[in-house]
Design a protein around this ligand. Structure first.
Ligand SMILES: [Zn+2]
Length: 220
């Protein structure tokens, strides 16, 4: 697996993952620096707000209402760049790019509201990426060949490794929202990676329960 990186016209990074025979499971090439990423969008567009009742951080993102919504195939931003649309600068096997509408980013703007002793506020620092499973717009994950899914798992592993090494990242969440009912706005086969600056409460609770169970039984 060879990693090549480039920048999109708006400064976001774009990573090509090329799988070259015969050693396509070993990793060559390098990742771009995440810390150098330019800020996407306006200042004062999102922040972390502390919910003192539930004792948890809430990620707000007021700038995401203008997202591209279910475009035609010709205008799909995850297909190759053409006269009509598409953002992708070259053919790819598996690819990763910085999210165009991030809730969390490495160099976030300042919060839109003042904090108080009861309601602390923090910049929304983190990383939001999109991972493109295939250049074929019509496929879904379940329709991809097993070899392609294996490549995807290798890329997940690579992204997890880089993002979890960032000083400001406490939890990396790799996921796919599927179907319009849950808010998918683009049909091209893709998933997402969120690198959070805190461990989400549900994950913390699961880890705590796992530890309690292990301490009690000495088994997993
Ligand atoms: Zn597409």
């Amino acid at each position: 697996m060879n990693i090549r990186s480039t920048r999109l016209p708006d400064g976001r990074y774009f990573l090509f993952y090329d799988f070259l025979e015969p050693h396509w499971t070993s990793v060559t090439g390098s990742n771009p620096s995440i810390e150098d990423s330019p800020r996407i969008g306006l200042d004062h567009s999102s922040e972390l707000r502390w919910n003192p009742v539930l004792a948890e951080w809430v990620v707000t993102a007021v700038h995401r209402q203008d997202r591209t919504f279910l475009p035609s195939v010709a205008k799909c931003p995850f297909c190759l760049r053409t006269e009509e649309g598409g953002e992708i600068p070259g053919d790819y096997d598996v690819a990763v790019l910085a999210n165009r509408f991030p809730s969390l980013q490495p160099n976030p703007g300042s919060p839109s509201i003042e904090e108080s002793a009861l309601y602390p506020v923090r910049p929304s620092q983190g990383v939001c990426e999109v991972i493109l499973y295939s250049a074929d717009h019509q496929r879904t994950l379940s329709q991809l060949p097993v070899e392609q899914i294996y490549k995807l798992v290798l890329v997940w592993t690579s992204r997890y490794s880089q993002l979890s090494s960032l000083e400001f990242v406490k939890y990396v969440f790799i996921f796919e929202n599927k179907g319009e009912a849950i808010g998918v706005t683009l049909h091209h086969p893709h998933g997402q990676i969120y690198a959070y600056p805190f461990c989400p409460p549900r994950i913390s609770a699961e880890l705590m329960q796992s530890k309690l169970h292990h301490d009690k039984t000495r088994s997993m």
